[in-house]
Ligand binder design. Sequence first.
Ligand code: COA
Length: 150
Amino acid sequence: MTDIITMQPRHIDGIEEIERASFKTPWSRKMIEDELKNPLATYFVCENNGKVVAYMGYYRILDEAHITNIAVAEAYRRQGCGEKLFRYVLEDMRSKNVARATLEVNEHNLPAIALYEKNGFVLAGKRPCYYEGKDAALIYWRNIEGELLF
Ligand SMILES: CC(C)(COP(=O)(O)OP(=O)(O)OC[C@H]1O[C@@H](n2cnc3c(N)ncnc32)[C@H](O)[C@@H]1OP(=O)(O)O)[C@@H](O)C(=O)NCCC(=O)NCCS
């Protein structure tokens, strides 16, 4: 049984572990700690019996949201956890009158691209050589206003 709650200091260890397992250039512990203090940032985690199994966050800038990250622990992938959290966070944005949301994703990250496109994000641009000077970043946007139909 997973619950979605706002990120708290006790979640840092779990997030750090998932970061390291999920990304070639993971966020450091300090970066995660700083996000907790960032007034622009909102982060949520999925907990299973007190253990962090996923997290996602965004920065609110005026009426726009920039999604900074989403990751699910490997053992919990492909079970609907990422999508449940993703939709929860989009609803959170809508409840705070965010008009549109954007994110960047590595052009080769097919699971994440599929998740974003399934949930209404539309490709709007490409930044070549963005990740480690090699892979392009794909830029996605979606409107958040009104009822969110998934
Ligand atoms: C991307 C990620 C968050 C998806 O989380 P998840 O819990 O496995 O996803 P879900 O089970 O909720 O799947 C939701 C949708 O995502 C897409 N998806 C997820 N995994 C996929 C895969 N391996 N291949 C293709 N599509 C996939 C599908 O559209 C899926 O819908 P469907 O089940 O109807 O096909 C997860 O793979 C992850 O943590 N990856 C590593 C971190 C990362 O790359 N984050 C994105 C940074 S931009």
